[in-house]
Design a protein around this ligand. Structure first.
Ligand code: KE4
Length: 421
C-alpha cells in the first residue's frame, strides 16, 4: 500500500477501494475464482463486491475466459465496425424491449454523460433532475448530492466542478413524487431529463416506493423531459431486463454498464430510435470513443449475457440473497443490534440504522462507525463486503447455500463480538 500510494493517489484507481470509510488497508488481490478472492498474503475471502457488480457469473467463469482468449487471438481492437458489436447490441435489445437502438461506450460514466447530452440535445433544454444519494458516475453535471464514493467520503460534490457546470442540475429527494412534481411546476419547459437509479444501490439498496417509477415516467412525459433509467448496476442484475422488467415499466433512455462487459470495460446507452438517431453520425449530437465496442470486451459481455439467458439464474440468486438477509437480521436480533437489511434481487445492504432507509437523509442516519467495525470483523473472518455503508453487496452465480451459511455464521460472531466491546 505504501508503494502504491507513492505513485497512485490513495494507492487506488477508484476511491471506494481505499477502505477510508471502514479503516485498515485493503488486501491486494492476486486472483479470483467463482465467489472467492485470493490476496497477495495467501488469504481468501468470500466476495460480495463482485468488482462492484459485473461479476454476477462469479470470477474467471471458464466460458467467459475462453471467449476472451479466443477473441484476443484475432486482434484486440480495430477501430472499425465488427459483427460482434451488432451481436451484442441485438442481445441487449432482446433483454430490454425499451431499447430500440444502443451505442456502446467504455464505462457507466460515459453512458450517463452521453445520455444526458442526448436528452439536452434533443429537447433543446438545459435543466436536469437527479435524486439525492443516486450516483451516475463522475461526469461534471452529475456530481451533485451523489452517492457511492462521494457519500462514502462525505463529499457533497467535488472541487474542480465550476458552479456553472452544475447550475442546471437540481437534486431532489428519492422516492418523493410531490417534490418532483413541484420541481417540474417550477422548471417546467426547462427540464431536459430526469435521471435516476430505478432501484438505488449507491446510498445502499433502496427500492422505489410503489408508484414512484411510474410517477417519474408520467411527470417526465407530461413536461416533455426525457426519463433516463440508469441501470448500470440494476441492468442484467435484478432480471435480464433489469429494473424495467422487474417493475414492468419502460424508459425512453436506459444506461447500462458493469455486467454488460462481463468484467471488461463496457458501458452503453440506448432507447427509442427516434431519440438515439440524433447521435452522430446519424444525427448531430456528438459522442465518440477509441475503444468503444472493442472485440475483447464485447466478447466477454456477449458471452456473459448468453450465459445469463441460458441459465436464467435470477430466482436462485434471489433465494440465496433472501437466505443471507434473513440470517443477518436474525444475527442482529440475537446481538440486540439495530440492523436494517434491505435487498432487491441479488443486491443487498445491511444498514446500521434503527429505521428503514428510503432515501438519502434516512441513509445518512446509519452508524458508519458500527458498519466499519462489522466490515473489519467480517474481513478477518474471510468475508469481503463492499467497504462502505453506502454501497450494495452482490450475490452471484457461484455463491451456494453453504457459502451463505458460512457468511451468516461469521456475521453472527462479528455482531456478538461487537456487542461485548
Ligand atoms: P463507472 O463509470 O464506474 O463504470 O459507472 C458509473 C456508475 C453509473 N451508474 C451507477 C448506477 C453506478 O453504480 C456506477 C458505478 N458504481 C460504483 C459503485 N457503486 C462503481 C465503483 C467505483 O466507483 O469504483
Amino acid at each position: 500500500m505504501e508503494r502504491a500510494r507513492e505513485i497512485i493517489p490513495g494507492g487506488v484507481n477508484s476511491p471506494v477501494r481505499a477502505f477510508q470509510a471502514v479503516g485498515g488497508h485493503p488486501p491486494f488481490i492476486q486472483s479470483a475464482k467463482g465467489c472467492w478472492l485470493h490476496d497477495a498474503d495467501g488469504r481468501r475471502y468470500i466476495d460480495y463486491v463482485g468488482s462492484w457488480g459485473p461479476m454476477i457469473l462469479g470470477h474467471a467463469h471458464p466460458e467467459v475466459i475462453d471467449a476472451i482468449q479466443s477473441a484476443a487471438g484475432s486482434g484486440t481492437s480495430f477501430g472499425a465496425p465488427t459483427e460482434l458489436e451488432v451481436l451484442l447490441a441485438e442481445k441487449i435489445r432482446s433483454f430490454f424491449p425499451s431499447i430500440e437502438k444502443v451505442r456502446l461506450v467504455n464505462s457507466g460514466t460515459e453512458a450517463t454523460m452521453s445520455a444526458l447530452r442526448l436528452a439536452r440535445g434533443c429537447t433543446g433544454r438545459s435543466v436536469i433532475f437527479k435524486f439525492d444519494g443516486c450516483y451516475h458516475g463522475h461526469s461534471d453535471s452529475l456530481l451533485v448530492q451523489a452517492g457511492s464514493g462521494l457519500l462514502t467520503l462525505g463529499l457533497a460534490g467535488s472541487p474542480g466542478v465550476p458552479p456553472d457546470f452544475v447550475r442546471h442540475t437540481v437534486s431532489l429527494p428519492f422516492n418523493d413524487l410531490c417534490r418532483l412534481e413541484e420541481a417540474f411546476e417550477k422548471y417546467s419547459d426547462q427540464v431536459a431529463a430526469v435521471i435516476l437509479e430505478p432501484v438505488a444501490g449507491n446510498m445502499g439498496v433502496v427500492r422505489p416506493k410503489d408508484g414512484f417509477l411510474e410517477g417519474v415516467l408520467r411527470l417526465s412525459d407530461r413536461f416533455g423531459a426525457v426519463a433516463i433509467f440508469d441501470e448500470v448496476m440494476t441492468g442484467f442484475r435484478l432480471a435480464k431486463g433489469g429494473a424495467q422488467e422487474l417493475y414492468s415499466v419502460q424508459a425512453p433512455l436506459t444506461c447500462l454498464g458493469k455486467i454488460v462487459g462481463g468484467g471488461l470495460p463496457i458501458g452503453a446507452y440506448g432507447g427509442k430510435a427516434e431519440i438515439m438517431d440524433r447521435m452522430a453520425p446519424e444525427g448531430d449530437i456528438y459522442q465518440a470513443g477509441t475503444l468503444s465496442g472493442n472485440p475483447i470486451a464485447v466478447s466477454a459481455g456477449l458471452k456473459t449475457l448468453e450465459i445469463l439467458q441460458r441459465e436464467n439464474p435470477y430466482a436462485r440468486l434471489e433465494r440465496l440473497t433472501r437466505r443471507l438477509c434473513r440470517g443477518l437480521k436474525e444475527a442482529a436480533e440475537a446481538a440486540g443490534t439495530a440492523l436494517q437489511v434491505q435487498s432487491c434481487g441479488s443486491m443487498f445492504t445491511a444498514f446500521f440504522n434503527p429505521q428503514p432507509v428510503h432515501d438519502y437523509d434516512s441513509a445518512q442516519k446509519s452508524d458508519t462507525g458500527l458498519f466499519g467495525a462489522f466490515f473489519r470483523k467480517l474481513l478477518q473472518r474471510g468475508v469481503y463486503l463492499p467497504p462502505s455503508q453506502f454501497e450494495a453487496g452482490f450475490v452471484g452465480f457461484s455463491h451456494s447455500e453453504e457459502i451463505i451459511d458460512q457468511t451468516i455464521e461469521a456475521a453472527r460472531q462479528a455482531l456478538a463480538e461487537q456487542q461485548t466491546t
